[in-house]
Write a protein that binds this ligand. Structure first.
Ligand SMILES: Nc1ncnc2c1ncn2[C@@H]1O[C@H](COP(=O)(O)OP(=O)(O)OP(=O)(O)O)[C@@H](O)[C@H]1O
Ligand SMILES: Nc1ncnc2c1ncn2[C@@H]1O[C@H](COP(=O)(O)OP(=O)(O)OP(=O)(O)O)[C@@H](O)[C@H]1O
Ligand SMILES: [Mg+2]
Ligand SMILES: [Mg+2]
Lengths: 259, 259
């Protein structure tokens, strides 16, 4: 069975790309082959894994807008059992290019889901597909929410966090009732946590009060090794194997596998 | 003379809203009345200053899409000489609503500039207008770049920073040649700086090598007081007057006034 998870939060800089890369690498290390997908025109995931699209190679834009087969865009990474579908800056135009071609909102929203289903026909090519979303609730994020079985929401312990969460949960509910009946919030994951501050304790307590078990018990601490790893094109477990970032993302992977 | 500055960076979570609010408050404290504008559908600036739009009050959506007068949307804040134009979630639809009404790309892009010029006719209503941009290079950010005299780019000391900057500078160049000949990069401002890490020193040195004097010498340190202030609806100078955040944003304001 292949599980598709969207890593989403319209709030910027909360650790979506970092979580997608490092959770993917943790699943791979635990024996669950994973494909991570870059849905962000900023292409941060593509850079984090040092992915290079060849001269006539494909990117996610070609899959979504031109209908190219998803499998032909997937590249291997230096990490065993971890592969990735890259993005390039042309993805910034996908929103309007799809809207111009396709007048029906539903047919705009199901493009990624259809590509993944076609690719996964027969024996599933991997255990997990993780979708790294851009910081917005536009068509690219909607495509991810329609394609996904569940959503992981990285969140920082900040004042704006709660407000953004309410809007994201609202979007998940709307996509569920319109196009994807099985979509649900798998959990909120706190990232870049500095346990020493009151603000962190207050926000974590408030979100736990609101959402209960939908908050992962794993807290990913702020660690400069996690921020450095992308400059070497590596997940943090290949850059700092015994560090806090690696341990946290392994713990998060185990929590998700146990659900 | 009224100066309009866009606070922009498509990378999420780099401190755009925090810089807009606190730079605005610093200008006001130094005797330069300022209006800050929330161009982000996440409405973080509106929340940061605890702005409440009345029953039949206006927001930026009404100004951009329905052509309401900008001055009628502006609200006062608890800080003297600091006013603000709020946003509400309807702004998320402004992109598509304007595109549906107006086929001409140029006329889509000049809406905010025209609203501000109409409002500022005669004696300028304030010294500075600061435009808080969303984490994208879509129509809302383009409207800000067309309306602005110059751009301030908040940036974290992170690996992805350089890549995002190249794309933003490219967008600034395109907007300048197409619609706004006076647009220029006023400077890059490093935020949430932890001087102890190598990563921070490396990124700062690299950006200084590329951009020289277009990097402000003021570094805004990471400070939990800065992150807490929005939960009280206050700029950091009204919440923690003698703290590092207040000092940094005052120094930044002075640097800009000296240019
Ligand atoms: N646990 C951590 N410790 C330290 N730094 C981190 C951690 N997680 C993420 N970061 C850093 O924080 C910044 C933001 O993270 P990231 O780019 O993953 O967020 P994002 O939500 O994907 O951003 P965007 O909204 O722009 O897509 C990056 O510089 C990243 O390296
Ligand atoms: N100097 C600082 N010290 C500590 N925290 C900070 C500082 N500056 C900003 N922050 C915190 O970092 C987070 C991101 O900042 P902010 O929301 O201003 O960024 P942004 O670029 O406007 O994000 P978005 O891309 O979502 O609009 C917020 O929680 C904010 O409180
Ligand atoms: Mg990202
Ligand atoms: Mg913001």
């Amino acid at each position: 069975l292949m599980r598709v998870l969207a890593i989403a939060n319209q709030k910027g800089g909360v650790g979506k790309t970092t979580t997608t890369v490092n959770l993917g690498a943790a699943f791979a290390a635990l024996g669950h082959s994973t494909v991570v997908v870059d849905l962000d025109p900023q292409t941060n995931l593509t850079t984090s894994l040092d992915l290079r699209i060849e001269e006539d190679g494909l990117s996610l834009y070609d899959v979504l807008v031109d209908g190219e087969p998803f499998g032909e865009a997937v590249l291997s990474t230096t990490t065993p059992d971890l592969a990735a579908c890259p993005a390039d800056p042309s993805l910034a135009g996908a929103d309007l290019d799809i809207a111009r071609e396709e007048p029906d909102p539903r047919r705009r929203a199901i493009r990624l889901r259809d590509s993944l289903s076609l690719w996964a026909e027969g024996t599933p090519p991997c255990s997990f597909v993780l979708l790294d979303c851009p910081p917005s609730l536009g068509l690219l994020t909607v495509n991810a929410l329609v394609a996904a079985d569940a959503v992981i929401v990285p969140m920082q312990c900040e004042f704006f966090a709660m407000e953004g969460l309410a809007r994201l949960v609202d979007t998940i509910t709307r996509v569920r009732s319109a196009w994807n009946p099985s979509l649900h919030l798998l959990g909120v994951c706190f990232t870049m946590v500095d346990r020493r501050t009151n603000l962190a304790r207050q926000v974590i307590a408030e979100v736990r009060r609101e959402l209960g078990s939908q908050v992962f018990s794993t807290l990913v601490p702020r660690s400069v090794r996690v921020a450095e790893a992308p400059s070497f094109g590596l997940p943090v477990r290949d850059y700092d194997p015994s560090g806090q970032g690696t341990a946290a993302y392994t713990s998060l992977a185990r929590e998700i596998l146990a659900r």
